[in-house]
Write a protein that binds this ligand. Structure first.
Ligand SMILES: CC(C)(COP(=O)([O-])OP(=O)([O-])OC[C@H]1O[C@@H](n2cnc3c(N)ncnc32)[C@H](O)[C@@H]1OP(=O)([O-])[O-])[C@@H](O)C(=O)NCCC(=O)NCCSC(=O)C[C@@](C)(O)CC(=O)[O-]
Length: 285
């Protein structure tokens, strides 16, 4: 039997957060309804962040009120602080994703805090999620290069991963936010991180600005990772990473994994349909 690799869909959150202007809640929900048919176990639906910082996610509660609930499919959302956590819990999020940066420059731009301050701010979120029995995912951004500080040391990434695990995260997603890393740099980063965390606790989150995301994913597969984030239609980017393109496209990841003999549980025709819809929403070049 083929080995399973999970594709964790981030399009409704990571994809749509970067589109200029507002996309109507009903349109977001139509995208999520299409994705819900594809066979994902987890979809990251939205984020409960400050609407002053990311207005595109200002309808997080309405989005969560409309998502189709079904057996075997759960919804994750981002929360940067306890205010976001409380709103996410009220909205019946199944999983909370907290996020920190591996570099100080990106931390300041994305969270208006140092790395240490952001971890302190996330401690009560983690404690509340664990007490409430809600799964906690951790993200580390800019694991290879930072748009403000330049190259990021693999040991620095490993240190942040350790701190997120200490908060109780069941999985840490390693964000190659700029999408320009070469496979050798990803390999060096993973070697350091694997000194702090086994591969089954890690996920790969590759943006595709430089067209290397699938090659970087292969390096992570060789290192034993079996969860990969991807965005339908390749939507997105990060509002605080100037010039970065979207996550690697889900439909490309699913085909790539299939060609390598892995099982994803995803229906490729339904993915293509969802990808066409996602592309029709795109206003970024
Ligand atoms: C962390 C803060 C809030 C600090 O922002 P701040 O301005 O320092 O915080 P604040 O506490 O002073 O709050 C400012 C205002 O926002 C409100 N506020 C505060 N929190 C919330 C909340 N949760 N929900 C709703 N409203 C909130 C708060 O009430 C206040 O409103 P006011 O009093 O002025 O009317 C801000 O920096 C923020 O929201 N940042 C999030 C940025 C973001 O979402 N970035 C994109 C996601 S991360 C990403 O894409 C990377 C990833 C994960 O994909 C991996 C990768 O590829 O790297």
């Amino acid at each position: 039997m083929a080995e399973r690799v999970e594709v964790y869909e981030v399009g409704p959150r990571d994809g749509l957060q970067n589109e200029p202007g507002q996309i109507a809640t009903d349109v977001k929900l139509e995208l999520i309804r299409k994705l819900a048919e594809c066979g994902f176990r987890r979809i990251e639906a939205t984020s409960f962040v400050s609407p002053k910082w990311v207005p595109q996610m200002g309808d997080a509660a309405q989005v969560m009120a409309g998502v189709p609930r079904r057996e075997g499919l759960t919804y994750a959302v981002l929360a940067p602080n306890i205010k976001g956590y409380q709103a996410a819990k009220l909205a019946r999020a199944d999983e909370i994703a907290i996020f920190v940066s591996a570099s100080e420059g990106f931390s300041r731009a994305n969270l208006n805090a140092t790395i240490a301050e952001s971890l302190d701010r996330l401690k009560p979120v983690a404690e509340a999620a664990i007490a409430d029995g809600i799964k906690l995912r951790g993200y580390v951004s800019v694991v290879v290069d930072c748009p403000f500080d330049g190259p990021v040391s693999p040991q620095q990434v490993a240190g942040v991963v350790e701190q997120l695990l200490a908060l109780g995260c069941h999985e840490i997603s390693l964000g190659e936010t700029l999408g320009r890393a070469k496979p050798e740099a990803v390999k060096a980063m993973l070697e350091a991180v694997l000194g702090s965390a086994p591969p089954h606790l890690l996920a790969g989150h590759f943006h595709d600005t430089g067209g290397m995301a699938l090659a970087n994913m292969d390096v992570a597969l060789d290192a034993g990772l079996r969860v990969f984030d991807a965005s339908i239609g390749g939507l997105g980017g990060c509002p605080y990473a100037p010039g970065a393109a979207g996550n690697v496209a889900t439909e490309a990841v699913a085909r790539h994994l299939q060609s390598l003999g892995f099982e994803t549980g995803l229906d490729l025709d339904l993915l293509d349909d969802a990808a066409r819809y996602a592309q029709s929403l795109r206003r970024t070049p």
